[in-house]
Design a protein around this ligand. Structure first.
Ligand SMILES: [Zn+2]
Length: 507
């Protein structure tokens, strides 16, 4: 996940973790299970688990290799990774293009396996850069690609080198098995997703022809499994929230601090922020979010299930009551509404001067279709103070997206193959609460679907952008099989795009 001048990376993560801990918190039996499982995790001494020198699975093996190439951003150098991928993909018969950026060693990589051209290409996008690490907080080398206890550890194991390894191995398998293709299959390892500005949107400006496709598979939704290894649900993101920045500027009289005046801009700004943070935006469920919460209702039990149903189908009073309970989970809180977060503040320069102005920046994540200017007007009403100007920030807005249709061949194949791979799981579209590189395609009307293609537990989700990030080898295998079958179905000659709904109706 990315930041576009803002730090929005995987803001989802701690939150998404809470999705399950939410259920756990509200069930005594589940709470007990949580304590037991946490105790289990915490009590495993490092010495007891065996480190394997050679990962036994091709996807895990590739993941270990690419974790060893440190692509932390900044500086986000991806040239060595492009070299490694280039050798693999060329050997398998792909044509390879590498696009340098003005930043040294920060390159975009595109490999293409030709089809007969009777259908437009499918593109798999995986960002090659990762966020940095707090090295001293890891129990092993974050760039060692270490396999331990059935898991590959390292920065990017989940976000998104794990996905890159799965997408790459699934695409390479098409070539190995000589699957006749109706459309080109394009694999892309893009640079600068975690930081911008030389990301996929930058590349699209001059090299669109290389990345044009009928639809795109990217990072996004989650495959969440319980401690019993059973996958509960598969969410496939079909839309991202948009981003807007709003700036509050308070002005007053600049003077000696020994003679305070009532128009102190820092005080005015503090009051304005207090009013804004006390305000809660209303619940606003998109079609995808309704289906997502219906799925959560199906996969949970008791009161929790009833709250989710009330949120989707209840009276206004029931929705408010459900909102107040469900919103204890920050991810679910964010999915169902526009969010407003103060993120930067500045004012004053020395202790004996009252400054003439003070400024705060708000980061807003908006449900698709929300007019950012309407949020400026809302902030003005909330602040209601002539000393505080409310203006749209210079960098915003980053356009949101029209949701990608669930009727495309790609979505249908993903849903079907997810059901085949994890028969007990519900599959649901999903509004991604943060941002990804999907805008490069979505802004051109190309459908983009997002998935982290491996079952993960809440504990593993918490490690994403955190410490001891890891993914299980079994999950990588399952994800590779599922994505391979999806590609074979969507790009293979003679495939007619089987429909998931024929097998398992959505609720
Ligand atoms: Zn990511």
């Amino acid at each position: 996940m990315w930041g576009r001048g803002f730090r929005m990376h995987c803001c989802s993560i701690a939150a998404a973790v809470a999705t399950d801990s939410f259920f756990l918190m509200h069930s005594p039996r589940a709470s007990r299970l949580l304590s037991i499982s946490l105790a289990g995790v915490l009590s495993i001494p490092i010495a007891r688990v065996s480190a394997q020198a050679v990962p036994p699975d091709p996807t895990a093996s590739l993941l270990s290799e690419i974790i060893r190439i440190n692509t932390s951003n900044p500086p986000g150098r991806t040239q060595a990774l492009a070299d490694l991928l280039g050798a693999r993909f060329r050997a398998a018969g792909f044509t390879v293009e590498v696009f340098p950026t003005p930043d040294s060693a920060k390159v975009h990589f595109i490999a293409r396996l030709k089809g007969d051209g009777s259908k437009r290409p499918i593109l798999l996008a995986a960002h090659a850069d990762v966020v940095g690490v707090e090295r001293e907080k890891w129990s092993l080398d974050p760039f060692g690609g270490i396999v331990r206890d059935g898991h590959v550890y390292g920065r990017g194991a989940i976000d998104f080198k794990g996905g890159m390894a799965v997408f790459a191995m699934a695409a390479l398998r098409l070539a190995e098995r000589k699957v006749p293709l109706a459309r080109d299959v394009i694999f892309m390892a893009e640079a600068d997703e975690e930081a911008a500005p030389m990301n996929a949107s930058w590349l699209a400006k001059d090299h669109w022809a290389s990345m044009d496709a009928e639809f795109v598979l990217n990072e996004g939704g989650w495959i969440i499994k319980g401690d019993d290894d059973r996958v509960r649900y598969v969410s496939i993101s079909t839309a991202d929230k948009s981003v807007a920045t709003i700036v509050l500027t308070a002005t007053g009289t600049s003077t000696h601090s020994s003679m305070p005046l009532p128009d102190n801009p820092i005080a005015a700004l503090a009051s304005a922020l207090a009013r804004i943070t006390a305000y809660e935006t209303p619940v606003q469920l998109t079609t995808e979010s309704r289906q997502f919460f219906r799925t959560l209702a199906t996969t949970s039990t008791g009161d929790t299930s009833r709250w989710f149903r009330a949120l989707v189908d209840g009276t206004p009073a029931e929705v408010r009551a459900a909102d107040s309970l469900i919103s204890r989970d920050p991810l679910l809180h964010a999915i169902m509404r526009n969010t407003i977060a103060p993120v930067l503040i500045s004012g004053g320069f020395r202790s004996n001067v009252i400054p003439g102005s003070a400024q705060a920046t708000l980061n807003l994540r908006l449900i698709p279709g929300t007019d950012p200017q309407s949020m400026v007007a809302l902030m003005q009403r909330l602040v209601n103070d002539p000393r505080v100007a409310v203006t749209m920030g210079a960098t915003s807005p980053v356009a949101g997206s029209t949701p990608s249709s669930v009727e495309t061949e790609l979505y249908q194949a993903l849903a079907l193959e997810a059901n085949v791979q994890w028969p007990s799981a519900e599959v649901t579209p999903y509004l991604f609460q943060a941002g990804t590189d999907a805008g490069a395609w979505r802004s051109r009307g190309i459908p983009v679907y997002g998935i982290y293609p491996y079952p993960i537990t809440n504990d593993e989700l918490r490690r994403m952008h955190g410490n001891d990030e890891r993914v299980s080898i079994a999950s990588l295998q399952q994800g590779t099989d599922m994505i391979y079958r999806t590609l074979a179905s969507v790009a293979g000659k003679g495939s007619r795009g089987r429909r998931a709904s024929a097998r398992k109706p959505s609720r």
